[in-house]
Write a protein that binds this ligand. Sequence first.
Ligand SMILES: Nc1ncnc2c1ncn2[C@@H]1O[C@H](COP(=O)(O)OP(=O)(O)OP(=O)(O)O)[C@@H](O)[C@H]1O
Ligand SMILES: [Mg+2]
Length: 315
Amino acid sequence: MVGEDYVAFEETAEQAPGAPPGTHDILPGTDDAGHGTIGPTGRPLPDFPVPPPLAAHGPARIIAMCNQKGGVGKTTSTINLGAALAEYDRRVLLVDFDPQGALSVGLGIRTHELDVTIYNLLIERGHDVTDVIQATGTPGVDLIPANIDLSAAEVQLVGEVAREQILARVLRPVLDDYDVVLIDCQPSLGLLTVNALTAAHGVIIPLECEFFAMRGVALLVETIEKITDRLNPRLQIDGILATMYDGRTLHSKEVVRSVVDHFGDQVFHTVISRTVKFPDATLAAEPITTYASTHSGADAYRQLARELIARGGAA
Ligand SMILES: Nc1ncnc2c1ncn2[C@@H]1O[C@H](COP(=O)(O)OP(=O)(O)OP(=O)(O)O)[C@@H](O)[C@H]1O
Ligand SMILES: [Mg+2]
């Protein structure tokens, strides 16, 4: 429906004359946002404290990074949120659940040389998940890699018993070793994504600050609700994450405003700005938190990690 998908932007984002301060009509850019001020989502920005170290690790909370729209920042957010959580001493397992293998490549893995991947764990019995998990160059962050083999899994799993629960079963033996598992989903709502949502406790939905950001989100939410009803009652939406935000443009601000109008407090206060440092870090096969540690993009993912923990989305 055009009315739902299209984000109107003729109106000015400036505060209407006479409107009380602190309403979401004010949408300043990220630069001047700070504690006690209005954040880029138009709401007062809370202070997200540095979380205390954990006394003990595990069992992990599983979060699916999900949006069937392509190129919205799922993989970038998986890598960088994972690395930021690890900086706060959380043990993190990243699961590449996209046959494109972008998460694995983004962490420096030569995917075509892999003997065993998530594919083998899903399809063949008798594999030990710990044999497939790899350490990454980021301390505290491990990876279950994927490559193009995974593209066959969707068809092969169709005839399996409890075909939606296979990833949950694969991950179960290692949950006590981690605090957070992040699953990087492919851009589709097929059986692999259904497996991710069935294994997960929560979903983070990255949304690119672009014209058609909301396109398809209703279908995604409907899918999440069906899975909550039928397969995984614990599943919840942990948050909507605005990505590729450009605080200089009215357009980005209008997109964020419409997302907040629609989803309210489900929208993370943290927004991720558009910067070339993200593709640069991917080329360097590193998270931005080490590639450009002092860059505002690294700080944004650190803030997201603190916000997620403050909301109870991670230990
Ligand atoms: N905040 C950002 N600023 C600038 N570029 C970004 C940002 N986030 C991601 N990108 C770039 O945009 C492209 C798409 O991002 P990413 O791969 O994370 O999206 P995705 O949702 O995982 O895509 P797909 O649906 O294809 O898996 C990549 O080239 C990435 O480097
Ligand atoms: Mg991706």
